[in-house]
Design a protein around this ligand. Structure first.
Ligand code: C2E
Ligand code: MG
Ligand code: MG
Ligand code: MG
Length: 289
């Protein structure tokens, strides 16, 4: 489970930043410890079908409460975990925990899906598909209920190997999702070679659709392009009901965002899902029809 190279060999250590780098190394050894002693947690954010209003699945998002530093946001440790190779151990843990929790959620609503974020380094390291296969078997889940999310730039780190690895994941039956679309610089000709089922429009793209005509045109174009390439299109980071209604009118298929629900613990997710399934309850998503 250890990194193939120590952090000193990957070149991120530099003399000019001794103190800063020592802090980062400590953070990484704390993270490894947290992953083994169970102090990292997964929170879940629902994904909704905009036409039916049904919850179709959840995305797993890692949360880490550091004993001294308190809550550390993913942006402060995921990139470093990628650089040092700790991401391999992290992703391994995330896959098994998320699939174990999916089994719990499917008891409330059969057929629910789970999306797991993976990095370029995971994709290019051997054994990712074995980890998925083993966890699917352990928790008796169908591969088609699991989505692998990766950013367009992650897939392009090593385009040829990346496509090969994605082909293997897809052959296993997993769904592939291109995350944060519009935030990177992928070429459309590369994009269309990815065996993806889903395109997630980045939050920054979705953010301005009320205020700006050009943002609206860009989102509309991205939705049309996604559909032309055969993808389901997800709008992520949608904060207002107004935006959600607009995105629905623009033809987006799925929605995620604070307007529907913030990421929350498994226990809170179970309660929330049970409430959503009671028809007499007034729904959070009252704008959806
Ligand atoms: P992402 O995969 O694009 O995840 C969406 C991020 O947007 C999450 O941030 C989520 O909490 C946030 N979000 C969702 N709805 C809204 C909204 O309406 N408004 C706003 N402002 N934000 C919203 P989070 O959890 O901080 O994660 C940030 C990034 O860290 C993720 O972006 C993903 O790239 C990475 N990450 C998180 N968990 C994992 C993990 O388990 N493994 C890996 N490899 N990366 C992870
Ligand atoms: Mg994601
Ligand atoms: Mg995203
Ligand atoms: Mg994002």
């Amino acid at each position: 489970e250890m990194a193939p190279h120590g952090p000193f060999e990957t070149g991120f250590y530099s003399r000019s930043n001794d103190i800063y780098d020592e802090r980062r190394l400590t953070l990484m050894s704390d993270l490894k410890e947290a992953l083994t002693n169970g102090t990292t947690e997964l929170h879940y954010q629902p994904k909704m079908d905009l036409r039916s209003g049904q919850i179709i699945g959840f995305e797993a998002l890692i949360r880490w409460q550091h004993p001294e530093r308190g809550w550390v946001p993913p942006i402060d440790f995921i990139p470093l975990a990628e650089k040092t190779g700790v991401i391999t151990q992290l992703t391994h843990w995330v896959i098994d925990q998320a699939l174990s929790d999916l089994r719990t959620l499917q008891k409330i609503q059969p057929g629910l899906g789970m999306a797991i974020n993976v990095s370029a380094r995971d994709l290019l390291s051997a054994g990712l598909e074995e980890q998925f296969a083993q966890s699917l078997a352990r928790h008796q889940l169908e591969a088609g209920h699991v989505t692998v999310e990766l950013t367009e730039t992650a897939a392009m780190d090593d385009p040829e190997k990346g496509l090969e690895a994605l082909g293997r994941l897809s052959a296993l039956g997993l769904r592939i999702s291109i995350d944060d679309f519009g935030a990177g610089y992928s070429s459309l000709s590369y994009l269309k070679q990815i065996p993806a089922s889903e395109l997630k429009l980045d939050r920054t793209l979705v953010h301005d659709i009320q205020a700006s005509d050009s943002a609206r045109v860009i989102v509309e174009t991205a939705i049309t392009m996604g559909h032309t390439l055969g993808y389901q299109v997800v709008a992520e980071g949608v904060e207002s009901g107004q935006d959600a209604a607009r995105l629905k009118a623009m033809g987006a298929d799925l929605l995620q965002g604070f307007c529907l629900c913030r990421p929350q613990s498994l226990t809170a997710t179970v309660d929330w899902l049970e409430k959503q399934r009671q028809p007499e309850e007034s729904r959070d998503a009252s704008w959806s029809d």
